[in-house]
Write a protein that binds this ligand. Structure first.
Ligand code: SF4
Length: 441
């Protein structure tokens, strides 16, 4: 009976995207308020929760392996295991059926306020779960419990209405809903008061943000006026929502970082249509030109999928053509993997052989590596404003690692800085994935 009085300890592990990172911070705030304690030491935890991702098969396999390891390491010691995040709403109660997994409770991304109840129910009979996809929940009344750092995430909207045929997000995170501008500005002000200098506005489809008469341009302008916030980033946008009004706000505010993540996904119009991306190659290229005209010096990154259902060699060449023409500063490149529940998994055959997918991803990586080498070499000799993120790099404990306004990683040798310091750095060297430099005094 005495044990019941002690605070139960929770260990959370987060997989996947920044939205999951933010959700874990929400979970910490909700459970701390419900009198749970958090531990970084898994072996000490009464409850272990995995905040999961469902975007690729690999993500699922990782979680299965993790649960088996926990069960092995904790054999004979009582522990409750909970599955949170997109895998919960993607696989649902199937997770209970896999006896080998021994999952005790499941909560989807819209059900975290019910976690205290679900956890206490898991100490009773049955297997509690909540997989509601809410049309309203934005957690606007929860101030996330963050663990320091220079950057803070703020989820300004949740869900996605786009239904790209390869994507599970609309099924795991529900329909789009946005928080009010006032509520988000208040969170940004609290973050500035807590010493955060950079914030990143998050949404599955962030630039579709809409609250009453306010759109994403209004929100960005309002957040840019928050004192103490020196850098503002946002992710992940969709190419269909980049009106000039928004680009003008970006150009007009120095503290809005000149960097846009612009997911292309594929170069061929037929494949873009099969993916339900709602734009053509030509429209995408025109948007890139317009962004570069309206926001000089902007850095662009992208997402690309190779080997989507029925993609031919000629159609893959269209992807290479766009990558050569745009020359993205960085790119996340993936082989198509079918996801349970998506439109593509129901209506299309995953017919591109794995060997072809591998061939294409290798070719794409090689091209992108050459492009990044060329683009980064152009920064040598420039002085860039860099925000220090941490001391110590793989190469040396004395170096500092930071990010330039355009999101490029910079290693700084020499100096004595704190995380969050923004300093001028003379770039002295470059590689495809990083820049090197010395502080300018
Ligand atoms: S925009 Fe498309 S890829 Fe992005 S989260 Fe929505 S459905 Fe998925």
């Amino acid at each position: 009976m005495v044990r019941f009085q002690q605070k139960r300890t929770v260990f959370v592990e987060t997989y996947g995207c920044q939205m999951n990172e933010y959700d874990t911070e929400l979970v910490r705030a909700i459970l701390t308020k419900a009198d749970y304690a958090f531990t970084q030491d898994e072996a000490q935890a009464d409850i272990i929760m995995l905040n999961t991702c469902a975007i690729r098969e690999h993500a699922h396999r990782k979680v299965y392996g993790r649960v088996h390891k926990i069960l092995h390491d904790r054999a004979g010691v009582p522990v409750k295991i909970g599955i949170l995040g997109c895998m919960a709403t993607n696989l649902r109660t199937e997770l209970f059926e896999d006896r080998g997994l021994k999952i005790d409770f499941i909560a989807g991304p819209d059900s975290y306020k019910r976690l205290p109840q679900l956890i206490s129910e898991s100490y009773g009979e049955g297997k509690p779960f909540d997989l509601t996809l809410s049309e309203f929940e934005t957690y606007s009344d929860v101030y996330p419990k963050r663990e320091g750092g220079v950057n803070a995430w703020i989820a300004v909207m949740r869900g996605c209405n786009n239904f790209c045929t390869f994507c599970v997000v609309p099924y795991t995170r529900g329909r789009e809903r946005s928080r009010s501008v006032g509520n988000i500005v208040e969170e940004a002000q609290r973050l500035a008061a807590d010493g955060f200098k950079q914030i990143t506005l998050l949404g599955q489809n962030v630039n579709s943000y809409r609250h009453e008469e306010h759109d994403f341009a209004d929100l960005m302008a309002a957040v840019a006026r928050v004192k103490g916030i020196e850098r503002i980033r946002f992710t992940s946008p969709h190419p269909k929502d980049f009106p000039d009004k928004f680009l003008e706000v970006m150009a007009a505010h120095d503290n809005i970082c000149k960097q846009i993540h612009l997911p292309l996904q594929a170069g061929s119009d037929r494949i873009l249509e099969l993916m339900n991306r709602t734009y053509t190659q030509e429209e995408f290229l025109r948007l890139v030109d317009n962004i570069r005209a309206k926001v000089p010096g902007i850095a662009l990154s992208t997402d690309v999928i190779v080997g989507f259902c029925t993609e031919t060699d000629e159609e893959f060449d269209q992807t290479l053509k766009v990558m050569r023409e745009v020359e993205f500063d960085s790119a996340f490149m993936f082989k198509y993997s079918q996801r349970k529940g998506t439109i593509a998994s129901r209506k299309m055959e995953d017919d591109v052989p794995e060997a072809i997918k591998t061939e294409r991803i290798v070719a794409l990586n090689e091209l992108q590596r050459d492009i990044m080498e060329k683009l980064n070499a152009r920064h040598v000799g420039q002085t860039m404003s860099v925000m220090i993120e941490k001391k110590g790099t793989r190469k040396s404990d004395d170096n500092f690692l930071g990010r330039a306004d355009n999101n490029k990683l910079v290693t700084i040798s020499d100096g004595d800085f704190q995380a969050g310091d923004i300093i001028p750095v003379m770039i002295t060297g470059a590689s495809p994935h990083q820049l090197r430099g010395v502080p300018v005094y």
